[in-house]
Design a protein around this ligand. Structure first.
Ligand code: GRG
Length: 297
């Protein structure tokens, strides 16, 4: 008698992939924050608020293209969303962007306290690293490779550098190249990691994907900046129309909405061309990437 298949391969299609993958990563994350103390409670609060889960979805979708068993990506996808949530919690602090609303709920420091928000962010960084270290689906060599890449992504040459540039530019001028570089570091780096981590796990060449991921990462921030100007806080679930008041040097503030839209279109066309060259135009990854380019929140 044939053995029952305990881990059937999920067939992602254009109608089911988004809800299936969101549910998958939410389910994974809920396994890691289970204690009934204040730090776990505050992390659970931040992690269970309804984010779009863009980064883990990109990880799973690239993994699907590579025909990877999605079990091999669960730990990494969860770690990525946890790091992203940590960055939002710290970004919202009074000493940074000083925001009171995130994902439609009071920010963590408003709900709990500033010290809890600092510690919850720190704890999420440790937790994410620990999840990768303990992932029984990955070899030791892969864990080291992934963690080195993740540390470069989030560290003083990655997201943290981008964030400090963002803050510094509030009180000094910035060139177009500097603004694009800041976007690439503070936002693009983690998007790139999300898309390239499956290639590390699959042991495959990442050259073509690097070009795609870089453009999506930068564009994700350009769209975020446009939405800040054009949307309401009710739609976004976070503060809107704040960047100008804070003297932020983002792309639409410095170069206008039309030029920002042109820049987004230029990157979108290039990404579409790369995906088409890889015969992926009808794969869910292309559908999802187009959705990101057209997003309203
Ligand atoms: C090193 C992780 C880390 C943090 C320290 C605070 C900080 C440095 C960096 C902040 C980077 C940051 C918040 C960039 C903005 C990225 C961005 C566009 C966030 C919004 O992402 P969405 O739209 O949000 O995916 P949801 O809520 O849907 O997850």
């Amino acid at each position: 008698m044939a053995k029952p298949n305990l881990s059937p391969k999920i067939h992602l299609n254009k109608d089911n992939f988004e809800s299936l993958l969101q549910e998958r990563v939410n389910n994974e994350i809920s396994k890691y924050v289970i204690n009934s103390n204040e730090i776990d409670e505050s992390m659970r609060y931040a992690l269970s608020n309804p984010g779009k889960r863009v980064r883990p979805l990109l990880t799973y979708l690239v993994g699907d293209v590579l025909n990877l068993d999605l079990d091999k990506l669960d730990g990494t996808a969860s770690a990525i969303e946890i790091i992203h949530t940590y960055s939002l919690v710290h970004d919202d602090l009074p000493c940074m962007d000083d925001d009171e609303l995130r994902r439609g709920q009071p920010t963590l420091h408003v709900k709990y306290s500033e010290s809890t928000a600092v510690l919850a962010g720190d704890a999420m960084a440790s937790l994410a690293i620990d999840i990768i270290l303990r992932d029984s689906n990955l070899t030791s060599n892969l864990k080291v490779e992934l963690l080195q890449f993740l540390m470069q992504t989030i560290g003083p040459e990655g997201m943290i550098l981008g964030q400090i540039q963002d803050i510094s530019f509030e009180t000094m001028p910035a060139t177009e190249d500097e603004i694009i570089k800041m976007n690439e570091l503070k936002t693009g780096a983690l998007v790139e990691f999300s898309m390239l981590a499956p290639l590390v796990i699959a042991g495959e060449d990442a050259k073509q994907w690097e070009k795609i991921a870089k453009r999506i990462g930068i564009t994700f921030q350009l769209i975020d900046d446009l939405l800040d100007i054009q949307e309401t806080k009710e739609n976004l679930g976070k503060a809107a129309k704040k960047d100008k008041k804070k003297n932020k040097k983002n792309y639409p503030i410095c170069f206008g909405v039309d030029r920002t839209r042109d820049k987004i279109k230029e990157y979108q066309n290039e990404v579409e061309m790369f995906l088409s060259e890889m015969n992926l135009s009808t794969h869910p990854i292309s559908i999802y990437i187009n959705k990101l380019f057209d997003r309203q929140k």
